[in-house]
Design a protein around this ligand. Structure first.
Ligand SMILES: O=C(O)CCC(=O)C(=O)O
Length: 269
């Protein structure tokens, strides 16, 4: 089946209109409760096994000394060692939406799984294109909630209206937003919002949209999420951290490395 046939044309058109006008679109119920549960169980098992040598390291509760993000760090690029994660990253419905948003075929560059347990810190406001340095064009993120999420448990915070901005280079020290680098400022007149999302809902936004998340302030609600980043097949180069890319048939694909540091110069790779 062609990717574009994985969802009704009207649904794709509506999502595309939302994406154009709001800078993001929210596809509700893209993943079934069963798939969400299976994915969470898969990562629970990976964590319970103590990680994956060479790919994912965790610390024991004692070693982490109360820092839940050291005990439950995010998992980077799980598609490189887990077929379950790869299937999620190149899911045909995700691909159909991305193809409608990019108006061409797409490639996956990255997957991430966040546990974000109660007490976890949030992530500073940033723009993904600062890291991916996609040329020509931009990346799009697909952020899937794997628990109900809202402000209290550190749901995704986005700033609609920033999707067409340049990359903000004023906080070059914000190299790693996951490690708590400074947030880039919200432009005057715009406001951050935190959409409430059900498990299985997916938020799509481009690499210029300012986004991040607050801390998980709850005592007992995890805020798990699966994130993929994607580029158009016509992309010529991007940061080497994202190589190899993966097409929606699961094949590795290479692209050149963006070597000029992107719009902020050679500060970050
Ligand atoms: O899930 C989060 O808390 C933030 C994720 C994020 O900002 C990203 O993947 O770029």
């Amino acid at each position: 089946m062609e990717l574009k046939e994985a969802l009704p044309r009207e649904t794709l058109e509506q999502l595309r209109r939302d994406f154009e006008t709001e800078g993001y679109c929210l596809a509700k119920g893209l993943f079934s409760p069963e798939r969400v549960e299976a994915l969470n169980k898969h990562f629970e098992e990976i964590h319970a096994d103590g990680g994956v040598p060479g790919f994912y390291a965790t610390e024991s509760k004692e070693e982490a000394k109360g820092d839940v993000l050291r005990e439950f760090p995010r998992v980077s690029h799980p598609h490189r060692f887990s077929q379950t994660a790869k299937d999620y990253m190149i899911d045909e419905k995700v691909g159909a939406i991305l193809a409608a948003l990019f108006e061409e075929e797409v490639l996956a560059t990255q997957s991430m799984y966040y546990f974000k347990p109660p007490g976890a810190r949030g992530q500073s406001l940033h723009q993904d294109q600062y890291y991916l340095k996609v040329k020509p064009g931009n990346c799009i993120a697909a952020w899937t909630a794997l628990d109900f999420c809202d402000r209290e448990n550190g749901g995704m915070m986005i700033v609609p209206g920033t999707q067409d901005l340049e990359i903000d280079c004023s906080k070059l020290g914000a190299a790693n937003s996951y490690e708590g680098g400074p947030s880039i400022p919200i432009p005057n007149g715009l406001k951050a919002t935190i959409p409430e999302m059900q498990p299985g809902d997916t938020l799509f936004f481009n690499g210029c949209l300012i986004h991040g998340s607050g801390p998980n302030r709850t005592k007992d609600r995890w805020r798990r999420a699966f994130i993929g980043h994607y580029v158009a097949k016509s992309c010529a180069s991007l940061t080497d951290h994202y190589s190899p890319l993966v097409d929606f048939e699961g094949n590795n694909v290479e692209r050149a490395v963006t070597t000029d540091g992107g719009p902020c110069g050679g500060v970050l790779r």
